[in-house]
Design a protein around this ligand. Structure first.
Ligand SMILES: [Mg+2]
Length: 219
């Protein structure tokens, strides 16, 4: 196991023990994978939408995004800058970028999850089902119930909630509340793990879920 994940695993085990965690809620993009090039490709798509909608050159749109993204997500900033609903912007970007093309099977990640078997795992992502399916398959998570693959049944996740299932994107609380409804456990026994303070951590705190912020420097 490499430095990155072994470190993370130690942190998660420590936190989970401290908090008496029963359920871990995972973000996907930027959390289960880190890929600088894919990050840039996604960012460019947000910039392209801003440029088109505001009828400005790409460089100007990039500057606008840079100025407005502080403390929020690219999708939120792009939505504010264009008046296009955030879910619509995310779907536009998801349609144009096949993230799986940039990723590969991640043995380290899979063995990492093998060591977290005592917890119940959920995914809550702002990505679409179509892309999430491709990404999880590419990373190597085993499909639980062949031939129901289109239903996003990947081990070890009990349920996988995507933008088109929840209809509202994080930081909206709906997805988190849906998971609380399923587990019937107190909020404090859930640990939210994500790379975005705005999208993952802040809503978790507001709902009294525990959280662990995967900061960029860890990766
Ligand atoms: Mg993320």
């Amino acid at each position: 196991m490499g430095f990155r994940l072994s470190n993370l695993l130690l942190e998660i085990k420590f936190k989970a023990k401290l908090f008496k965690t029963k359920v871990i809620i995972w973000d996907v993009d930027g959390t289960l994978w880190r890929n600088r090039i894919l990050g840039e490709v996604l960012k460019r798509e947000f910039i392209r939408i801003i440029a088109l909608k505001r009828n400005v050159p790409l460089a100007a749109a990039a500057a606008l995004l840079r100025k407005n993204e502080k403390g929020v997500s690219w999708s939120h900033a792009a939505s504010e800058l264009t008046n296009i609903p955030e879910t619509k912007i995310i779907k536009l970007v998801e349609k144009r970028v096949n993230k799986a093309l940039f990723l590969h099977r991640d043995e380290e990640l899979l063995s990492f999850f093998n060591k977290l078997k005592k917890y119940r795992h959920f995914i809550l992502t702002n990505a679409t089902s179509k892309n999430t399916y491709k990404v999880l398959k590419k990373l190597g998570f085993p499909i639980k119930k062949w031939p129901y693959e289109k239903q996003l049944e990947f081990a070890p996740f009990e349920k996988i909630f995507t933008l088109d299932r929840i209809k509202k994107n994080k930081p909206h609380p709906d997805g988190f509340l849906k998971i609380l409804e399923i587990t019937h456990l107190p909020p404090s026994q859930h640990l939210v793990i994500g790379d975005s303070y705005y999208t993952d951590i802040r809503p978790a705190q507001m709902l009294n879920l525990k959280s662990w912020w995967i900061r960029k420097k860890l990766w």
